[in-house]
Design a protein around this ligand. Structure first.
Ligand code: MGD
Ligand code: MGD
Ligand code: SF4
Ligand code: MO
Length: 701
């Protein structure tokens, strides 16, 4: 039986996989022991890849809507007919209403991510989005660039092991997010390494940490500012690094003097003594990794929260040192996303562009539309109507905040085209549904970890399911029909371009597995940091010019026992949503029996004190409510959560139901979250964590 080396992409990816193929189908997946990062390990989702690839419900042919929108009646059509018709509809819209009337959407970090951005730019629409961005990763990426001129990741793969690791709003043992694969993180958490988790829940990662700080959701900026205060006051900062490589230290010192640990205790629910001890331990155990996650971003103060945390790495001298937080090597040539092809007048029309400068303006790392404004414009046409939406691998009905609004918006479109592996609730509302290829069915080149790029890998298509095609091929076919810029360069030409810096071909890299040149540390000693001052900007000159506070500040969450006490009388708990679980990737895999068996129902976590106060027991069904809506979950009563916090899963629908579209309203966390103002002033981040909620027992499940 042929066995082919590849890389799993059920999540953001990265684990080396050995794919066994029989009669053109993937029949078995095993971890590749030769992968230098995953060393033979794979998670349950990756190992069950054959059950996803060969699932009977996979979309297999292009479909055209035959009934009313959402009715689920379809005609099978050929690729030529589908692509001709869709490109004609796009052409009509762009000629009649301008390209900005067509939005281009996608999901989180998939293989085709950059190709979708390229397509939007070539088409001339500024209204590109994905459901993460302001709520996921863009604050961390942007702030790293503003502060140290590049993104950083923990040095989990080098020879020197960290002596201290802080996991801040991050659960990599479950999420393996963006390249920080669980096995590498686990290896680094050895005896002798101080490990600290800052999380309202004792996550799987926190359970393996020596210290767990149960923080009040969305108050992380206060904790980080107090830690800066302790490190400066006690003289624990790296004096040589600070003097040589940073700007604005004196201003930071003066600014943080008021953020004492005693002040932060009242804000964060963490004892002042624990704050002092954590600051001391982080500053004195070197090298140290500060591994941050999504917990810092899904709130209305994401810029300042992420900035405060970012500064800790710099003042302790942990940047780009062995065993610390390292800057990428950029070993592949940049993806030609055709940014310059987007006409300036069209980028001015980007929804959200004026207000959220770090998300939507030309200064943004990857300019995108503000999601609440984009979906509103589909229904109310303000400032102009979005008439078409093409989604490549996203399920916004489950993953964008305010599912009811998204539902209305998608129903108001003139053209909705969804490319996916399965008929999702979002796909059901479409005019055209196109069948996408699974990771064993694609050719691809990827720099890794995502964004930082210290190594590269390639994948080769080894199987084929019916008429499924990889997203890049679909985009290239549409681009040719629409005579877009760059349509003479196929995705395979782009891989060759990316690899030209390595001397490798796609086939050679796929066979070899990885290209991983030795890491070069302390790159800043030669060229400085890639910021305007060539130094780490503790005081951000760019933020100042843009009119945002150049030194990090705390802001009380807009909905909280402090800022809205009346509401808090009715909704006494603080809600967090979307903590990852190991069986599912967002709204996916609910139809995969081998995974669903392991995690059959949507669940929420509740502390025994809260359970006693509300009369709820382990295994009960309960309704969690916010001022915006309700959703139903099976309760897990656990000491591993702060008594005042309730955590609910996101992404739940029930593909096994007769009308799976209706099942969308039952246990959907995004019926609870807030897509309304206030947003983070720079990124426009909306609030998925740190909201007020209540819970009541449901008698008849
Ligand atoms: N309440 C709440 N909401 C959240 C979050 C939260 O924490 N709380 N997290 C947010 C974050 S950080 C993110 S990034 C988003 C994620 O949001 P999405 O990316 O929309 O989430 P998925 O459910 O993974 O949807 C991806 C879809 O792509 C399909 N798919 C998988 N692989 C491919 C492929 O190769 N090609 C194509 N065409 N389709 C494919 C899947 O079947 C699935 O339907 O969710 C956000 N939503
Ligand atoms: N299995 C699986 N893996 C995934 C995904 C998936 O859906 N399933 N999604 C992928 C995506 S798109 C992303 S973005 C990553 C995210 O991966 P991570 O960055 O690891 O994020 P989460 O697991 O969403 O949340 C991390 C922790 O933050 C805590 N938290 C919530 N609110 C706060 C807060 O206000 N402050 C602090 N300090 N902590 C808080 C939660 O309790 C949780 O344990 O995972 C990726 N990997
Ligand atoms: S962690 Fe991600 S890449 Fe690794 S096996 Fe699991 S799904 Fe695949
Ligand atoms: Mo994400």
């Amino acid at each position: 039986m042929p066995v082919v080396k590849s890389i799993c992409r059920v999540c953001h990816g990265g684990c080396g996989a050995l794919v066994s193929v029989e009669d053109g189908r993937v029949v078995k997946i095993k971890g590749d022991p030769q992968s230098p990062v995953s060393r033979g390990w794979m998670c349950v989702k990756g190992l069950k890849s054959p059950d996803i690839a060969n699932h009977p419900d996979r979309l297999k042919h292009p479909l055209k809507r035959a009934g009313r929108r959402g009715e689920n009646r379809w005609s099978e059509i050929g690729w030529t007919e589908a692509l001709d018709e869709i490109s004609n509809r796009i052409d009509d819209l762009r000629k009649t209403h301008g390209p900005e009337s067509i939005a281009i959407g996608q999901g989180t970090g998939r293989h085709h991510y950059m190709h979708v951005v390229r397509f939007a730019n070539a088409l001339g629409t500024p209204n590109w989005y994905e459901p993460g961005l302001a709520q996921c990763f863009i604050p961390r990426i942007t702030v790293s660039h503003l502060t140290y001129g590049g993104f950083v990741v923990g040095d989990y793969y080098g020879e020197v092991k960290p002596k201290c690791i802080i996991f801040w709003g991050h659960n990599p043992l479950v999420s393996s997010a963006d390249g920080e694969l669980a096995p590498a993180v686990k290896r680094a958490m050895t005896e002798g390494c101080a490990t600290i988790a800052i999380d309202p829940r004792r996550s799987e990662t926190a359970k393996r940490c020596k210290t767990w700080l149960a923080i009040r959701p969305a108050t992380d900026a206060a904790l980080a500012l107090a830690m800066i205060n302790v490190i400066i006051t006690e003289g624990l900062y790296d004096k040589e690094f600070v003097a040589t490589h940073t700007t604005g230290f004196d201003l930071l010192q003066a600014h943080t003097a008021r953020y004492t640990p005693e002040w932060a205790e009242g804000v964060t629910w963490i004892k002042a003594e624990a704050i002092v001890n954590t600051a001391r331990q982080y500053a004195t155990s070197k090298p140290a990794v500060l591994d941050w996650g999504l917990g810092l971003e899904q709130n209305a103060n994401s810029l300042q929260t992420v900035r405060a945390v970012a500064i800790l790495r710099a003042i302790t001298g942990n940047l780009d040192v062995p065993g610390g937080d390292i800057l990428g090597m950029n070993i592949l040539k940049g993806y030609p996303i055709l940014k310059d092809k987007l006409p300036p007048d069209s980028s001015k029309k980007r929804l959200g562009g004026e207000e959220f400068k770090l998300l939507s303006s030309w200064r943004a790392y990857m300019p995108s539309a503000h999601i609440p404004a984009l979906f509103s414009a589909m229904t109310d046409g303000v400032p102009y109507k979005i008439r078409g939406l093409l989604v490549f691998g996203g399920n916004p009905l489950l993953t964008v905040s305010n599912s009811r609004k998204v539902y209305e918006a998608l129903n108001a479109l003139e053209l909705l085209c969804v490319t996916d592996l399965f008929m999702t609730p979002t796909a059901r509302l479409a005019d055209y549904v196109l069948p996408a290829a699974f990771w064993t069915e694609i050719d691809h080149v990827q720099g890794f970890p995502l964004v930082v790029e210290n190594y590269a890998y390639a994948q080769t298509a080894v199987t084929q399911t019916a008429e499924c095609r990889q997203d890049e091929w679909i985009i290239d076919e549409l681009s040719k029909r629409l005579s877009l810029h760059g349509s003479d360069m196929s995705y395979k030409d782009i891989y060759a371009h990316q690899l030209s810096s390595t001397g490798l071909t796609h086939a050679a890299l796929a066979q070899k597995g990885y290209h991983m040149p030795p890491h070069k540390y302390r790159k800043y000693e030669e060229h400085g940091f890639r910021t305007p001052s060539k130094k780490v900007e503790l005081f951000s000159s760019v933020l100042k010019r843009m009119g945002y506070p150049p030194l990090p500040e705390y802001a009380e969450p807009p909905e909280s026992p402090v800022s809205s006490p009346e509401l808090s009388a009715e909704y006494p708990y603080v809600l967090i949503t979307g903590a990852r679980n190991k069986e599912f990737f967002h709204s996916e895999q609910r139809q995969v029996a081998s995974l669903r068996r392991l995690h059959p129902e949507p669940s929420c976590e509740l502390h025994p004190k809260a359970a006693a106060a509300t009369g709820i027991s382990e295994g009960d069904w309960a309704v969690v409510s916010t001022i915006r809506g309700e959703a139903k979950f099976k309760v897990h009563v656990t000491e591993d959560i702060h008594p005042q916090v309730i955590s609910v899963e996101h992404g739940w629908w029930f593909p096994e139901r007769d009308n799976e579209l209706e099942s969308l309203w039952e246990s959907n966390a995004n019926c609870l979250t807030a897509d309304t103002p206030p947003y983070d002033p720079a990124f426009g981040s909306y609030r998925l964590r740190g909201l007020l909620c209540n819970i009541r027992r449901l008698n008849h499940g």
